[in-house]
Ligand binder design. Sequence first.
Ligand SMILES: [Zn+2]
Length: 198
Amino acid sequence: MYYPEPIAKLIESFSKLPGIGQKTATRLAFYTIGMDDQSVNEFAKNLLSAKRDLHFCSICGNLTETDPCGICSDPTRDKSIILVVEEPKDVLAMEKIREYRGLYHVLHGTISPMNGISPDEINVKSLITRLMDSTVSEIIIATNATSDGEATAMYLARMIKPAGIKVTRLARGLAVGSDIEYADEVTLSKAVENRLEL
Ligand SMILES: [Zn+2]
């Protein structure tokens, strides 16, 4: 079907988003042109700002407007514990339960023997650098309960334990194959409380 170019381009942009097929992209594009000018301007502004004003924290790798991020620079956080997660959205999930008061480290992925992703391709090196600071006494590995998440946890435990730092993993109760971000708050809270030493 033929659409004027501006619409065709908008459909193309929407269809590049995850989980959006051609049909949904077309629906969203037509919805967008039906919106009033102010809403469209705001939408466009938010898109640009999210990309332009957010950076990765140079210490923990979390998404932030300031560097270091609010968590790394918060003097009330417990600097002796670092909780390691796969993605920035996992930090949000953990912060929601409001029980954890330590610091974070975001890996931006997992090691994946199946897909040929090596430790060098995720944010591991800066974690090792952080451990040289002797204030760290425990690393909690909160990678997802998937085979890649497990492989990553095992790798990190092997790397970190010789340095005499306690390495723990979130307790089971998280369903196998499940993502941290979708766990309910009680499950996540329990998983932290009952973490196991690796
Ligand atoms: Zn940070």
